[in-house]
Ligand binder design. Structure first.
Ligand code: 4AD
Ligand code: MG
Length: 477
């Protein structure tokens, strides 16, 4: 009985939905279709002597649908006033197009004007700069390019879940509010309900024991520490969530709020970790090449002429793996005049990363075994006592896309590193527990989701691949 009800409900919804068809599926039709409804926004209108062409989009794909509105339509006078950005519903027949440039068009039997956009609508026909569009971030998804960016963002998110699911990973929702600083870099946004006009004080300092959580709390910089606890229970897990960094860097590849994908695997060493990272990036490149070809063509045409070949190269090539020490040697011998010097013990800057992946190897590069002093406390110390089992994946145009490591699974070594880096063992007692009870070698990495989208779309500024970017000094939307 219950089943029947559900089924009939489903049917109703489907039928209701069928009345309105999305342009993406209409354009895939194999035969003409009668009496369908399409709803969307006007891109352009051209009038000839006794009919008008109206191009509409409904956001479901890059392509527009061309509507033919004949003067015999009852409200033709209103139709002739349709402006760019206006919303309409069209009832009509899908027919084979006589014109060039499209296979299908729609012959309107009735057009309802849902709302008319005034001439002040900022997205008129001409092309706009990315800088201008950033000032109207609430409207930019209506442009062809940004529509494509955000469709690809959604596709990539789906492909990431599919990638992990196919490999038996469990998706973990790690917390957003946390009491720990995973990366130890102090780039934390505080979460507090303290009244700053009149804060509770003890010995001249703010008394956080009287704050909401009874201690200092912040937005998470990474889900890793939680993911580790779950990997040591469920085996292979991943988190995919927002992360926050109060880092004052105004660059093309940093934002204060970004999304990170973080797999964590038990019984996994650094090299297996690198294998997974390489497999994942290639999988996603192939996915975009195969599933998003229309949107990809737009980026190849208007954003980066080499995009398709870059992605094909990523999908095909074996990522180059080199020691940090070797990377430093290559950079020192490059004869390049870098803005930042490089020598053993210093972190690589974007210019160094880009030289290695774009100019020297001309493909993705994995650098591993970094000096311990430039890396966080949780990375596994190598036998040389100087380096840790860390790895970064560098890709053309972006530099660092992924950062990961094998984790220190030996309790005494971990405690020693915590002492060295000034972390309070009492605070991380729960983390240390995982090394006391059934500790095993384990590894993981973090992939910056926005940097991935930059890579896959050729976009050069990270602000243009996230709906409403958060960066120092701006939070307009
Ligand atoms: O290298 P990161 O800091 O690594 C971690 O947070 C580890 N806990 C990950 C792990 O092992 N589970 O950050 C990982 C990635 C970087 O490689 C970069 O792609 C991205 O996150 N990222 C940023 N993306 C945009 N804006 C920022 N400010 C970013 N900081 C890091
Ligand atoms: Mg990093």
């Amino acid at each position: 009985m219950t089943k029947l009800t559900t089924q009939s409900n489903k049917k109703l919804i489907t039928r209701d939905f069928m009345l309105r068809i999305k342009i993406v599926s209409l354009l895939k039709s194999e035969t003409p279709r009668d009496n369908i409804i399409v709803k969307g926004w006007v891109r352009t209108r051209r009038d000839s002597s006794n009919f008008s062409f109206i191009e509409i989009t409904d956001g479901s794909c890059l392509k527009n649908l061309q509507i033919i509105a004949d003067e015999s339509l009852e409200n033709y006078e209103d139709i002739k006033k349709l402006t760019t950005g206006s919303a309409i519903a069209v009832l009509g027949n899908l027919i084979e197009s006589q014109g060039k440039g499209q296979q299908w068009e729609m012959n309107a039997k009735a057009i309802e004007v849902i709302s008319l956009a005034p001439d002040s609508y900022p997205l008129q026909k001409k092309r706009h700069t990315d800088e201008f569009l950033r000032t109207i971030a609430h409207l930019r998804p209506r442009t062809n390019k940004y529509g494509a960016v955000f469709r690809i963002r959604s596709e990539l998110s789906f492909a990431i879940h599919r990638f992990f699911r196919e490999r038996g990973f469990c998706h973990i929702h790690s917390p957003i509010i946390t009491g720990s600083d995973c990366e130890g870099a102090g780039e934390l946004f505080k979460v507090t309900t303290i009244d700053f006009e009149n804060p509770p004080k003890k010995d001249g300092k703010i008394d956080y024991s009287r704050d909401f959580f009874g201690t200092e709390a912040s937005l998470t910089v990474s889900g890793q520490l939680s993911a580790e606890m779950f990997a040591l229970a469920l085996g292979d897990v991943y988190t995919f969530g927002p992360t926050f960094r109060a880092e004052n860097s105004n660059t093309r590849r940093h934002v204060s709020e970004f999304w990170m994908v973080e797999p964590e695997m038990a019984f996994c060493d650094l090299f297996e970790d690198i294998d997974l990272a390489e497999e994942m990036v290639k999988y996603l490149a192939v996915y975009i090449l195969e599933e998003c070809s229309d949107d990809l063509k737009l980026f190849t045409r208007f954003v980066d002429k080499n995009l398709k070949s870059t992605l094909e190269n990523i999908a095909r090539s074996e990522f180059k793996r080199i020691l940090y020490e070797e990377a430093v040697e290559i950079l020192r011998k490059s004869g390049k005049n870098f803005k930042f010097d490089i020598s053993f013990g210093k972190d690589l800057q974007t210019e160094h990363e880009r030289y290695l992946t774009e100019d020297f190897f001309k493909k993705p590069v994995v650098i591993y075994n970094y000096p311990k002093d430039i890396k966080p406390f949780y990375m596994r110390l190598n036998d040389d006592n100087k380096t840790v089992a860390a790895m970064d994946v560098l890709v053309p145009r972006i530099g660092e896309l992924i950062g990961g490591s094998q984790r220190e699974e030996r309790l005494s070594m971990l405690e020693a590193r915590m002492n060295e880096t000034g972390l309070l063992k009492e605070k991380y007692w729960w983390y240390l527990d995982s090394r006391k009870f059934g500790s095993v070698p384990h590894s993981g990495f973090g992939l910056g989701f926005e940097r991935l989208i930059m890579l896959m779309t050729g976009t050069s500024n990270i602000r243009d691949v996230i709906p409403f970017p958060r960066t120092p000094n701006t939070i307009d939307f």
